[in-house]
Design a protein around this ligand. Sequence first.
Ligand code: 13P
Ligand code: SF4
Length: 368
Amino acid sequence: MTTTALRLQRPLADRWTLASPEELEESIKTSKTALGDRLLILGHHYQRDEVIRWADSIGDSFKLARFAADDQVATDIVFCGVHFMAESADVLTGDHQRVLLPDLNAGCSMADMADIDQVEEAWESLADVTDVERIVPITYMNSSAALKAFVGRHGGAVCTSSNAAAILRWALDRGDKVLFVPDQHLGRNTGFQMGYDHADMRVWDPRQELGGLSPADVRAATFLLWKGHCSVHQRFQVAHIERARLDHPDVRVIVHPECSHDVVSHADEVGSTEYILAAVERAPAGSVLAIGTEVHMVQRLARLHPDKTVFTLDPLICPCSTMFRIDEPHLAWVLDELVEGRTVNQITVDADTAEWARVALQRMLDIT
Ligand code: 13P
Ligand code: SF4
């Protein structure tokens, strides 16, 4: 059990909610100066500009966890991202470091689709119909520390969207099948990338008995894909790609592997947030790039590359609403409290969970 299992953000006082943008800017600047090297602010690519401008380091979920782990000086790490990212940072940092999430309601709806109790139940059900010793559980980085620990205890590993193929290859060298949690799309897309097809995959629906599968289905599957998804990436449709190609015949379509397999197979390139960033950077001036990922990142890329046309694949705005919960008032509040000697919104993973989650994360590092 993590100590933050129940996450309830208390409302902020007027001092922060009613502050003008100028007052918030002044407040954050003053706190940062006062806290000096003991403070490290991390920002995920999906954060809004008003927040990301304060980040000491920007990156994807994995890179940010590494930044936190590698910083030996900072004792207070303010994580402008979502809950599972702050947990991973806590798992990878030393005992002298504290990780703070400015708004406790900044969760991840996909991570929440794989509750540890449901995964443990699934494992027991699988044991009734097949040899679970031959199943390797793999969890995407976007999952709770409790789930990472489960995977660590059962001989599995964590993966990210950039190393999923290497991790799944490793898993299938050790066992006959993989239970892939929580994003069915990343699991399916990676399976196809490795040369498997639909016949090798089954979707495990945690709301149904035996995942909605027959024992024969379970035994036939190489990939048991947990029925989870990202509501942001699932919005992208093949019709969006067709529209973009019609409007811009030279367009390159680049999407995140959390998109559906249909979308991924119609795109020109697929990759993690770091991959997308690099792809836009290396595209020659004049390129037209339609991007299938969170809109704040796409809009920032468009601003950073005025010599290229960069736009979101989905014409209807498509933000990650939980990432969006982190705003300047919450950041200013957390920093003000630190200056006053109080730690608020600390994300702590208990020692046993952290130990096994670290095993699963370390396996990933050793494999890739
Ligand atoms: P990255 O690991 O690529 O940063 O992705 C995180 C995420 O939440 C994507 O939706
Ligand atoms: Fe979770 Fe999707 Fe938001 Fe990423 S974009 S944090 S997967 S809800």
